[in-house]
Design a protein around this ligand. Structure first.
Ligand SMILES: NC(=O)C1=CN([C@@H]2O[C@H](COP(=O)(O)OP(=O)(O)OC[C@H]3O[C@@H](n4cnc5c(N)ncnc54)[C@H](OP(=O)(O)O)[C@@H]3O)[C@@H](O)[C@H]2O)C=CC1
Ligand SMILES: CC(=O)C(=O)O
Ligand SMILES: [Mg+2]
Length: 384
C-alpha cells in the first residue's frame, strides 16, 4: 500500500534536475566552457547552423509539450497541474532512452498560439512529444506542428498509445491462438487515444471496430459529430450499430477503454466468451480489473500496480530515441508499426494471460523499439 505521504514526498521539488557534462573546476575549465572559448563555438554555429546539434544538447533534447487540457483522465486541469505528469514523461525519457527532456507547459489552448510558440522555440530542442492535449484540437495541432518543424514530432496520447495497444492486442490473440482480423472490437472514447488506436487496428486488419464517445456509438446516423468523428463513422462500425455501450458490447470480443468514463459490470458480462478487456484510463480504469476478470479471459489497465500494464511508456522513449539516432525528420506510420512489433517481440517467448506485453521496467524494450524505429526510418527515406 502506497501512502499519500510517500506520493507527495516522491514529488517534492519535482522529479528532474540538470546535470553538468563539462568540468567547471578550474580557470582553464571556465575558459573552455564559458568565455572566451564558448564564443568560438558560437561563431562556428553562426557560420554553419547545423553544428548546433553537435555542440549543444539540443540534438537529443525532447520537449514534452502540453496545454493541460486532457491530463490523463483528469480532463482540463490546466498547465500548472499538468506539470507533475509532464515531468514524469521527461523523467521516463531519461530513464528508458537516456534522452534529455524538458517539460514545457503552455498557458493557452489556442492552436495558432501553440503552433506559433513551438515554431519560435524550435532552436531549443531536437524533437517534440505533444502530451495530454484534448481532441479534436490535438489532431490539427499535431498536423500543423509536423508541417512546421523539421524534426520528429508525435502526439503521444494518439500514437504512443496506438503503438502499445496494437502490441498488446497482438500479444493477447497470440496467447489465445486466434487471428486479430476476426475480432469484434469496441473502443470507448473518440478522442486523441481512441481515434488513433482505432486507426492502427484498422490498418492492422481488424475489420470490426465500433467506437463510443460520451453520447454513444459513433455512427453515420448521428447529426452531432465533429469532422473527425464524422470521418471515423465512415471507416468504423461496419454493422451500422446505433445506440450506446449496451448495443456495442453485446457479443464483442474486445473492449478498449480510452474515455475516463466507467463501464458497467453488467455490460462487460454480455461480451463474447474469452473476452479481452483493456481498461486503460488513468488513473481510474473504466472497470476495476478484479471485476472485469469475472467475465474476461484477459484484462489489462494503464496503471503500474496491476499485471498487464498497457501504457504508452512502452513506446515513446524508444520511438524518439530511434528517430533521433537515425536523424529522422519525421515519424512515419511504418516507424510506428515497427515499434509495435518490437515491443511484442521482446516478450514473445514469455507471453501469458497476465503478460501480453513486456513490463515497462523491462530494460530490453526501449533499445529494441529504438533499433526497429531507426531501421524503419532509414527504409522510409526520412533521415538526414
Ligand atoms: N494507458 C495509456 O497509455 C493511455 C491512457 N489514456 C487514457 O485515455 C483517456 C482519454 O484520453 P485522451 O484520448 O487523451 O482524451 P480526449 O479528451 O482526447 O478524449 C476523451 C474521449 O473520451 C470520451 N468520453 C468521455 N466520457 C465517456 C464515456 N463515459 N463513455 C465513452 N466515452 C467517453 C469523450 O467523449 P466526447 O468526445 O463526447 O467528449 C472523448 O471522445 C484518459 O483517461 C487517459 O488517461 C490516454 C492515453 C494513453
Ligand atoms: C498514459 C497517458 O499518457 C495518459 O493516460 O494520458
Ligand atoms: Mg497522456
Amino acid at each position: 500500500m502506497i501512502t499519500d505521504e510517500e506520493i507527495f514526498d516522491g514529488h517534492l521539488g519535482g522529479k528532474l534536475s540538470v546535470e553538468l557534462t563539462a568540468p567547471l573546476q578550474t580557470q582553464r575549465d571556465l575558459s573552455i566552457a564559458y568565455t572566451p572559448g564558448v564564443a568560438q563555438v558560437s561563431r562556428a554555429i553562426a557560420a554553419d547552423p547545423a553544428l548546433v546539434h553537435r555542440y549543444t544538447w539540443t540534438g537529443r533534447l525532447v520537449a514534452v509539450v502540453s496545454d493541460g487540457s486532457a491530463v490523463l483522465g483528469l480532463g482540463d486541469i490546466g498547465p500548472r497541474a499538468s506539470l507533475p505528469v509532464m515531468e514524469g514523461k521527461a523523467a521516463l525519457f531519461k530513464k528508458f532512452a537516456g534522452l534529455n527532456s524538458i517539460p514545457i507547459v503552455l498557458d493557452t489552448k489556442d492552436p495558432d498560439e501553440i503552433v506559433e510558440t513551438l515554431i519560435r522555440l524550435r532552436p531549443s530542442f531536437g524533437a517534440v512529444n505533444l502530451e495530454d492535449i484534448s481532441a479534436p484540437r490535438c489532431f490539427e495541432i499535431e498536423r500543423r506542428v509536423i508541417e512546421a518543424l523539421d524534426c520528429p514530432v508525435m502526439h503521444d496520447d494518439q500514437h504512443g498509445t496506438a503503438i502499445v495497444v496494437l502490441a498488446a492486442l497482438n500479444g493477447a490473440v497470440a496467447v489465445q491462438g486466434r487471428p486479430i482480423e476476426g475480432l469484434r472490437v469496441v473502443v470507448s472514447g473518440a478522442g486523441a487515444a481512441g481515434v488513433a488506436c482505432t486507426d492502427i487496428m484498422l490498418a492492422a486488419g481488424v475489420a470490426d471496430v465500433t467506437v463510443l464517445d460520451s453520447k454513444g456509438i459513433i455512427s453515420a446516423a448521428r447529426a452531432d459529430l465533429n469532422t473527425v468523428k464524422a470521418e471515423l463513422a465512415q471507416r468504423s462500425n461496419p454493422r451500422g450499430l446505433v445506440g450506446g455501450a449496451a448495443e456495442a458490447l453485446a457479443g464483442a470480443d474486445v473492449f478498449i477503454g480510452l474515455s475516463a468514463g466507467v463501464i458497467a459490470e453488467e455490460l462487460i458480462a454480455t461480451m463474447a466468451p474469452d473476452a479481452i478487456v483493456f481498461a486503460m484510463s488513468n488513473p481510474d480504469p473504466e472497470i476495476r480489473p478484479e471485476v472485469a476478470h469475472k467475465y474476461a479471459a484477459i484484462v489489462a489497465t494503464g496503471r503500474s500496480d496491476f499485471p498487464n500494464q498497457i501504457n504508452n511508456v512502452l513506446a515513446f522513449p524508444g520511438v524518439f530515441k530511434g528517430a533521433l539516432d537515425a536523424g529522422a525528420r519525421r515519424i512515419t506510420e511504418g516507424m510506428k508499426i515497427a515499434a509495435a512489433e518490437a515491443i511484442l517481440d521482446v516478450a514473445r517467448d514469455e507471453l501469458a494471460v497476465d503478460k501480453i506485453v513486456p513490463s515497462p521496467l523491462d530494460p530490453r524494450v526501449a533499445p529494441a523499439v529504438a533499433e526497429a524505429v531507426a531501421t524503419a526510418a532509414r527504409a522510409a527515406g526520412v533521415v538526414g
